[in-house]
Ligand binder design. Structure first.
Ligand code: PLP
Length: 361
């Protein structure tokens, strides 16, 4: 068996021990005589799985009791509509910061349901930085303030949160959830597609303060109403059963093998630090993001020469470093180094880049 180093931005690498455990339990989950894929979501066995996935997520992230955890489908992209449909019902206004493609998509969707304001944007420099925010420019009576905490495509992240006062802060955390501790109490809503750092594709996690539930627009489809899922423990209809099970295994790995989010953060800082310090001294490769806003999860870089970029991506793939091509909208390269990427993978990538630099200068 061969395993490559997978630097995909999503769906992405999963911990090998988690995949082995899933394989072990594939045909007979804990003496049930069935695969988790085959089980009724209403069975006692499955109830145990979804309940422990939720309680592990609560424990690992330190989610306060006045927040609901919802296991949904439809991807982070559905949240771009669900957030306004459920929250934009006070003043009908919301603020958005445009820090990349996902944040812009969220804004465009929000603008279909109410008065969406762009507070700031970093589009002028290809989203290579997080704009400085001035609370004086925020809409005081907005129903929420939306940010994308880690910008998967451009490799930026917020290191300080905007002070939105009473206005609930809503964050897309698809590509940084579980990468480091996060103070959930500072947010009204957190949402994430699971396929970056939590599980395979198919699950969307929403963490929402209880008082924000129950105010949806009349036009909101039943399945798009947070209340529907909050009232039914994410079991209004069939949940993405197997993906929730995989998330449970990943959370067990995070808790027991890694030791929680503080430890995860240290490892992630070490991995990202190694790659960024290589980029900073390299004469061939260079990072595209301003140093103060660099993501721990997604590291874009270029050589400045498109042909050389393509050559690098090709040779890297041949050496089993796969999915290093940058997003089609930016070009160059991007190494996504999510939780499951071992330190060794980053060390070997850096060694490969050193060698490539020697051969191509
Ligand atoms: C991948 C990604 C999305 C889109 O997620 P889907 O689950 O495919 O809808 C949205 N936001 C961010 C930050 C992402 O990284």
């Amino acid at each position: 068996m061969k395993r490559v180093y997978n630097f995909s931005a999503g769906p992405s690498i999963l911990p090998e021990s988690v995949l082995r455990r899933a394989a072990d339990e594939m045909l007979d989950y804990q003496g049930s005589g069935q695969s988790v894929m085959e089980m009724s979501h209403r069975s006692k066995v499955y109830e145990g799985i979804i309940n422990s996935a939720e309680s592990l997520l609560r424990e690992v992230m330190g989610i306060p009791d006045n927040y609901k955890v919802l296991f949904l489908q439809g991807g982070a992209s559905s949240q771009f509509a669900m957030v306004p449909m459920n929250l934009m019902t006070g003043s009908g206004k919301a603020d958005y910061v445009l820090t990349g493609q996902w944040a812009t998509k969220a804004y465009k969707e929000g603008a279909r349901y109410g008065e969406a304001h762009v507070v700031a944007s970093s589009k002028d420099k290809t989203f290579s930085y997080i704009p400085k925010l001035d609370p004086a420019t925020f809409t005081p009576d907005a129903d929420y303030f939306h940010i994308c905490l880690n910008n998967t495509i451009y490799g930026t992240r917020y290191t300080t949160l905007p002070d939105t006062g009473k206005v609930p802060l809503v964050a897309d955390v698809s590509s940084c959830i579980l990468s480091e501790p996060i103070d959930v109490s500072k947010f009204g809503v957190l949402y994430a597609g699971a396929q970056k750092n939590m599980a395979p594709a198919g699950l969307t996690v929403v963490i929402i303060r209880e008082d924000l539930i129950g105010h949806a627009m009349d036009i909101t489809p039943t399945m798009f109403n947070y209340q529907t899922h909050a009232d039914n423990g994410s079991m209004f209809n069939t949940p993405p059963c197997y993906t929730i099970y995989m998330a449970k295994l990943v959370l067990e790995w995070l808790k027991n093998d890694i030791g929680g989010l503080e430890e995860m953060k240290k490892i992630n800082e070490k991995k990202a630090g190694l790659l960024y310090s290589f980029l900073d001294q390299s004469k061939l490769f260079k990072g595209t993001v301003v140093p103060e806003d660099r993501s721990l999860m997604n590291v874009p870089f270029v050589t400045g020469n498109e042909e050389l970029d393509a050559k690098f991506v090709k040779e890297a793939a041949a050496a089993d470093f796969v999915n290093l091509k940058g997003h089609r909208s930016v070009g160059g390269m991007r190494a996504s180094i999510y939780n499951a990427m071992p330190m060794e993978g980053v060390e070997k990538l850096v060694a490969f880049m050193e060698q490539f630099e020697k051969e191509n200068r």
